[in-house]
Structures are given as structure tokens and as C-alpha cells.
Write a protein of this length. Structure first.
Length: 431
């Protein structure tokens, strides 16, 4: 699929991986061995911030002749006084061979490479980031709007250290921005907190549970300073600081999380959070202001999920292959609300199973399926003999015989309470 001759026809893009080594353990070796599995990774650059140098021989692959070739580059950071901090993550991407970079550090283990890559192929000009379920609410709080004509801020934060696909052009833009907006050393050390914000665009956030060896607290003060610096740069019309891209809007986004098997994306229009928040240049930042979800709820006067609620009942719980865990819609769905799947590939559908905590009536849902970029309504008929409590089984008949690449399941009635979706099955494809 990724040989040059095939790329002419399938339009899939090879990727350069840029990894940051921050700990003196074996994590970086495990991550590289994991990335070798993915044929779209054609180049790996490791920037080593640890005094212990890396051993190139430790990255040798078994039977390399049987695996797609990957270029490997190792760089040891200079003494701390000369380091560029985390800006090296982006300068390495800017110098990479391919137009899309995959970046992460050695603390995260990203199990959702295929779905992240798939979505980045659909929107190659956007920043796509894995967002730990525990941090998702904080990321949503940092989707900011400021509608002053002289300072058109419509931006969002993304922690790219947990795995992100970014355009090489965005990395080059950030390096150029740093050349005209010189940062002190302590801010360069946290440059990853500024990257997405200074793009003045809304990153795609996939709320995914990620195994972590350790975590670093989000650099809230640096993030607030970064937005203030962005506002100043836009007001002064500094080069490389661009107005918001109107095509990068939050209004129509519905991709929420990767499926647990990494073979699809879960989508829904049901979102319990405000689309964005007003940016207040006079706001004093602290862990209790921009860092507190409770204060966010108080400020908005809105009923918002708690972090504990989201960890156990967020989007990921609908498609984690465990029917005992459930995504809770948090609000009552109504006609026109939907959930569904974007498949990596396509498949024929004859049976749909919906696992839920509520009783599902035969006429509660309407199904549409995408067949070669055309949406078609499909007939759903409940199989009463196969359906049991918490497991509704439907026979599916679509008007065309082509395989489907995506489905949307619409509510046809107004619900009187939030809905719990605990899993989906399409024929033998179980989530």
C-alpha cells in the first residue's frame, strides 16, 4: 500500500515520526518497536534530552528485509544551557522528509495510530491530537474565541506529547513564529504548550484513554501567556501569525474518540460542553481559574460533566469493546441527534446490535449508511427473538448492495433522560 507506485493511486501519505526522549528508561525503545508495525511511518527522528546517549544498535529490527524500510535519525541534545527546549520537537518536524509528522514523547504509549492517521488523511491541514480522557475537559476549556476585529483569536490547546499528527507546514510556521517572537528559556522549555495555540486554529481532539508511565501537569501559566502573546502578535501584524482559518470551524465537528480496536472512529453530534469560550485578556490565570472545571461550571452557570464522570462515562466508553461500560449522553437526546462510526475501510451490513442500559423500542432509531460518498437510508427491523434486555438486535437492509464506510444512527424521538450507549456490533464487528 505504501510503495511509491501504490501511493500514486491511493493518495495515502507517508509520515515522519519525531520522538522526544525525556526519561532514562527503556520506554523510547518500546515506542520505536511499536511504530515499526505501521507501514505509513517511513522516517523516525529521536531527539534525546537525556545525558545518556542512545545506542543505534538497540533499534535494529528483526528480519528488517521483511519489513518496510524506515529511516532512523538520532540526535543528542547539547548541554542544557544551549538547549532550545521543546522547540526541537517542531524544528525536527520542519526538517523532516514527509508533509505530515507524528510526534510524541516517551511517556505515552499511543494505541490508536491507525485511527489517528486515518483522520489526519481526511484533514491533512489540521492538527490531530490524542487527548487523555483525564485531560479532555481541560482541553475543551481551552478552546477560545475573541471576536475583536483587530485580534481575531479562535484557537485551542492540544497536548501533542501524547501522540499527534501535525502538518509539517504548521511546524515550520511555529519555528518561524519563534524567530520573530523570541521566548525566554523557561517558555522554550514548554513550547509544546504554545504550538497549537499559536496556530490560531482549532485542533482535532480525540478523547482516548492512554497508558502512561508518568504525567506532567499542564503548563497553565505558559498557556495563558501564550494566548496573550498571540493576541499581541496579531495586533502588531507580526509575520507568521495568521488570522483564524474559517474552514477550521468547531461547529460541524463530530469525531470524538477512537474505537477500542483502532479500526474506526466514534462520531456524535451530542456534546455536553460549550463549543468555545470567550478569551478574556484581562483574566488572571491560576490553577483555580483556568485550571478548575468546577469554576468553569460556575462561570457558565451550566450543568457540565465532572472529570470523574468523564473518565468512566465519556465518549470512549461506547466503543471500548466492554459492554459493561457505557457512554452517557449527559443530556436528553432528541430527533436529529445521532451517533455512529467512521470505519477504516468498509463492510457489508446485515445486522446491527445496540447495547444500552435503557430499553430500546423498535422505532427509536433511523439508520443511514455511507456507500462510496453517498448517504442512503437503510431499513431497520428489530429481531425480537434475538433481542434481550440491554441488547437490541436489528436486521439491516440498505437500498444499495455496496459496502458501507460509515453509519449514522439517528434518534427519532425525544428522550426523557440521558441515553447510555454501551457498545455496538455490525455483523461480526464488535465494539
Amino acid at each position: 500500500m505504501f510503495i511509491p507506485e501504490a501511493l500514486v493511486h491511493n493518495h495515502l501519505t507517508s509520515v515522519s515520526a519525531v520522538l522526544l526522549r525525556t526519561t532514562n528508561d527503556q520506554g523510547i525503545y518500546h515506542i520505536v518497536n511499536f511504530l515499526y508495525r505501521y507501514p505509513f511511518i517511513k522516517e523516525i527522528t529521536i531527539y534525546n534530552l537525556v545525558p545518556t546517549p542512545l545506542d543505534p544498535n538497540a533499534f535494529q529490527r528483526p528480519n528488517p528485509s521483511l519489513i518496510h524500510p524506515v529511516s532512523l535519525h538520532l540526535y543528542d541534545a547539547p548541554p542544557e544551557s544551549d538547549q532550545d527546549g521543546l522547540t526541537s520537537l517542531f524544528s525536527s518536524c520542519a526538517l523532516s522528509t514527509f508533509t505530515i509528522c507524528y510526534i510524541q514523547d516517551d511517556r505515552a504509549f499511543n494505541l490508536f495510530m491507525d485511527s489517528l492517521y486515518y483522520h489526519a488523511q481526511r484533514y491533512p491541514d489540521w492538527i490531530h491530537a490524542n487527548t487523555r480522557t483525564e485531560e479532555y475537559l481541560m482541553h475543551r476549556r481551552w478552546q477560545l474565541d475573541y471576536n475583536d476585529e483587530s485580534v481575531p483569536i479562535h484557537t485551542g490547546f492540544a497536548n501533542v506529547r501524547h501522540g499527534a499528527m501535525i502538518p509539517r507546514s504548521r511546524a515550520q510556521q511555529f519555528v518561524n513564529q519563534l524567530s520573530v517572537k523570541v521566548l525566554p528559556f523557561y517558555q522554550r522549555q514548554k513550547a509544546d504548550a504554545l504550538f497549537a495555540l499559536w496556530s490560531n486554529s482549532n485542533p482535532v481532539l480525540l478523547s482516548n484513554p492512554l497508558p502512561m508511565t508518568a504525567t506532567n501537569p499542564l503548563a497553565l501559566q505558559t498557556m495563558k501567556e501564550g494566548v496573550d502573546l498571540l493576541a499581541t502578535a496579531l495586533k502588531q501584524h507580526l509575520p507568521y501569525f495568521a488570522p483564524h482559518d474559517k474552514d477550521n470551524s468547531l461547529q460541524d465537528r463530530d469525531v470524538r474518540t477512537s474505537c477500542g480496536n483502532d479500526k474506526c472512529l466514534f462520531v456524535t453530534n451530542i456534546d455536553p460542553f460549550p463549543t468555545s469560550l470567550p478569551y478574556d485578556p484581562e483574566q488572571q490565570v491560576s490553577n483555580s481559574s483556568l485550571g478548575s472545571v468546577q469554576l468553569w461550571r460556575d462561570e457558565k452557570g451550566a450543568h457540565l460533566p465532572s472529570p470523574e464522570f468523564w473518565i468512566y462515562r465519556g465518549y470512549h466508553a461506547a466503543v471500548d469493546s466492554h459492554t459493561g461500560t457505557c457512554w452517557n449522553t449527559f443530556r436528553e437526546p432528541g430527533p436529529g441527534d445521532y451517533f455512529g462510526l467512521d470505519l477504516i475501510g468498509n463492510m457489508h451490513m446485515q445486522r446491527l446490535v445496540i447495547y444500552s442500559r435503557q430499553e430500546v423500542d423498535a422505532d427509536l432509531f433511523q439508520l443511514t449508511a455511507n456507500h462510496y460518498d453517498e448517504w442512503n437510508d437503510c431499513d431497520l427491523t428489530m429481531d425480537a427473538d434475538q433481542s434481550i434486555e440491554r441488547r437490541a438486535v436489528f436486521n439491516v437492509q440498505c437500498p444499495v448492495g455496496y459496502p458501507a464506510s460509515a453509519i449514522r444512527i439517528f434518534f427519532r424521538k425525544q428522550m426523557t433522560m440521558p441515553f447510555d450507549l454501551c457498545g455496538l456490533s455490525i455483523d461480526n464487528f464488535n465494539l
